[in-house]
Design a binder for this molecule. Structure first.
Ligand code: ASP
Length: 348
């Protein structure tokens, strides 16, 4: 990487892949990731932005369905290595797992004071009609934006997509077709990007004055997600909770955090909790959160040893658990940590 020395904002683009840079495979007509040069050739307006741009690219670029914690670590390390040199970072990423990566990065890069903006698109930049060019330009502008105090306007991991800038660990991919693919159901947008950019100043995350930027790269994948549904059997639940080596799971519950109160069900959870597994209650509803005491069915979960995930997204809860175990915390510490906000991911 080499950074410019002028007064223009220095931004680093990290190209991981995704639809934004894809082309059609002539043999199969399926979209496949393509190189960064192709993407930039098809978006010449970016040269007029007045930014000094450098880039790093995944070789080969990947469809985000293939993203995993090793890739998150790579992105986090690239950002940490360039942290002093660049004013901001734009991560080009497939939409499918962008909310997981944004959530993971928010925990891996605590106390950020610079923007890390993820974006991608629903249609590739090389197509005649597409959303990639606007998304890329807007993401770069978000990464370059300064507040009245001259400091970066955005000092956190965010997703810039369509007309909204959303907190990364509050975001979910909500549509596979809409140009506004992402939603943040439980937290207001950080900015609205219409004719003008309007920042929601009181929603922007700021690290505590004395808190140092301290990247933490290790993620422990020995966790899972258990999705409840009417008719779930004892055998299915048991198989999911007794995966060898598993340290914890996000329980996707009904409504305000409710689940069956059948004795076999609660005993399975109690056994898992007694065996030292961390179980976190996160609702299946896209909006709202867990209120365990509201119904007897939710209260029973709490008594079985399941801790509340409040209004966290599943993406945030899962990656937060990977992060807390990755720090080497004990089950008790992880259970406690899951209930405390780390990077603006929950409302308490
Ligand atoms: N499958 C693509 C990906 O996530 C979809 C996209 O980018 O929109 O990489």
């Amino acid at each position: 990487m080499a950074a410019g020395t002028g007064t223009e904002p220095n931004l680093l683009i990290i190209y991981t892949g995704g639809t934004i840079g894809m082309v059609e495979d002539p043999a199969t007509h399926a979209l496949v990731p393509f190189d960064f040069e192709h993407l930039m050739e098809n978006a010449p307006k970016i040269g007029r932005l007045g930014c000094q741009l450098d880039h790093m690219t995944f070789t080969p670029p990947i469809d985000s369905s293939n993203m995993d914690p090793a890739h998150w670590k790579r992105i986090a390390q690239i950002i940490a290595q360039g942290y002093d040199r660049y004013d901001g970072f734009v991560v080009l990423h497939g939409t499918d797992t962008m909310a997981y990566t944004a959530s993971a990065l928010s925990f891996m890069l605590p106390n950020l004071r610079k923007p890390v903006i993820l974006t991608g698109s629903q249609l590739p930049i090389g197509e005649v009609r597409e959303d990639g060019t606007q998304n890329l330009i807007t993401a770069l502008q978000m990464a370059a934006a300064k507040g009245a105090d001259g400091e970066p306007q955005v000092q956190e991991v965010a997703i810039s997509f369509g007309r909204f800038l959303l907190r990364g660990n509050r975001s979910t991919k909500a549509s596979s077709t809409d140009f506004g693919a992402f939603r943040s159901f439980n937290f207001a947008p950080l900015a609205e990007m219409d004719l003008h950019f309007t920042f929601n100043e009181d929603k922007l995350l700021r690290a505590a004055v004395d808190a140092a930027f301290a990247p933490q790269y290790e993620m422990d994948s020995a966790v899972g997600v258990v999705f409840l549904y009417p008719g779930i059997t004892e055998a299915v639940l048991h198989a999911q909770l007794s995966v060898p080596g598993m340290k914890g799971a996000v329980l996707r519950t009904f409504g305000a955090g409710n689940a069956p109160t059948e004795p076999w069900f609660l005993e399975a959870l109690e056994d898992a909790a007694h065996a030292g597994k961390v179980l976190v209650n996160v609702t299946q509803c896209p909006a709202g959160g867990v209120e365990e005491k509201r119904y007897a069915t939710g209260d029973a979960l709490a008594r079985a040893g399941v801790v509340s995930g409040y209004d966290m997204t599943c993406e945030a809860a899962l990656t937060k658990m990977m992060h807390l175990f990755g720090r080497g915390h004990s089950a008790a510490e992880v259970a406690q940590g899951m209930q405390e906000p780390l990077a603006g991911e929950m409302t308490r």
